[in-house]
Design a protein around this ligand. Sequence first.
Ligand SMILES: Cc1cc2nc3c(=O)[nH]c(=O)nc-3n(C[C@H](O)[C@H](O)[C@H](O)COP(=O)(O)OP(=O)(O)OC[C@H]3O[C@@H](n4cnc5c(N)ncnc54)[C@H](O)[C@@H]3O)c2cc1C
Length: 437
Amino acid sequence: MGKKYDVIIIGAGPAGLMTAKTAAERDLKVLVFDKKKNISRIKRTCSAAFYFESNYMGETTQFEDNKLIFKNNGFTVDFSGSYWPIKEKYGFSPRGNKWHMVRFANEDYTRDTPLSVVLDKEALLAGLLAEAKNLGVTVMNAAQGRKIENTARGVEVEIYEDGRYARFEGAKAIVADGTNSKMVESMGLNKNRKVLGSRAMFVEYVMEGVENPFSHAVLNFYGKKIRELGSVHVWPNAKGFTRVLGFNNLTFRADFQYPEKAVQYFITESPYATWFKKAKVIEKTGGSLLPRAAIREPFAENILVIGDAAALIEVENQGALMCGFKAGNAVYDELNGLAGYKNYVEWWKHSFEFNNPELLKGMAVIPTLKVGEYSDEDIDYLFSLIDGQDLYGTCSQYRSGKAVWEAILQHRDTIAKEKPVLYEKVQKVMDLISGQL
Ligand SMILES: Cc1cc2nc3c(=O)[nH]c(=O)nc-3n(C[C@H](O)[C@H](O)[C@H](O)COP(=O)(O)OP(=O)(O)OC[C@H]3O[C@@H](n4cnc5c(N)ncnc54)[C@H](O)[C@@H]3O)c2cc1C
């Protein structure tokens, strides 16, 4: 057994590294390890947009002077890597009718504030890692957490590194190993967690030489052909190169196709294939996730679970940084006899929308347009009703789908008159979001 740490952190993503930095700033003895050899290298797809969205996850972020600012939670993160503004979002029907979102000014943001900026996530992680190391954090790479348990003296973590097992002892531990967390499984915390749907798979190509006329936009594509294979989203990375993301949760189907097929269809056969005539793939990432209900009380004695490891689907990078900041301080409080973990859990429950069943309804609306209930003609017609209009721009995964429906439903009387069969389907959506309009 090695020396004893105040806190051992499993996973060095944005949540784990932010915890390490915050705890070290408060003079705690910190060990953080990650199974990756190169900790700041991104292998799992992440579009890395940093969202400017009022009261999203209980925060209203800003980005100024190379600082990501979290004013409600009271901290900043230095960031001097590349970034690329996203100013608009589009959804295209099979025939090219579209919805279009832009920034509306409010008390937090002006009309010129982009909806988000895509960050160079490798630079973000490298910056946090360097800061943690400078503060004296012990960092182990290529070290995989296998088991974690509470003991009479604190916690013990078993890791697998370089062909052998080793055990480390700490007073406290933070589990930050991301979605599909092995540590959460080993703690038995998945037992009462509802699985919501089927496993989702995703793949992303970063491409150069794409003739994409929408260099500062997020593009979503709808229609039967794409939906049979998954969904496709196109947007820039931090340097402005085009990315094509293929995503599906059709793993339950006997004729399941990997989302790579959706990407291949899109860049070689779809009406948008001409954009990709001279394109070259320069990077590929991918991954999978099994959506589980969030853990509402994510701690067991000395062990606190944070970030994606405890979430429904994801907390996003900005949520992960918030979790890390809060967790670093919570550990400090715990070691000083205060109820750090309990306070963290209260914050967790109130900050994240997925802990609020009412807000989840907004999310339930999103798939309604995706799952094939609507024919290509339906989608062409519905989007034609709002084509040419600027919709309230939002990046929130809870509000985006709802914002499109709200605009479409302004035309409910026309739909009822012109398309009575389609109106029956649309009525279901109205029921779902009634009271929220
Ligand atoms: C397709 C896709 C697009 C996304 N786009 C965005 C976006 O645009 N904006 C945004 O903010 N977020 C986005 N996200 C979400 C974002 O990537 C995550 O929410 C965020 O990375 C969560 O941070 P985390 O630190 O909790 O987990 P992770 O970033 O997953 O970090 C976990 C770390 O733990 C390590 N690890 C795992 N298991 C072990 C183990 N057993 N032992 C040791 N180490 C281990 C991993 O190697 C990793 O470094 C996207 C996610 C996906 C899937």
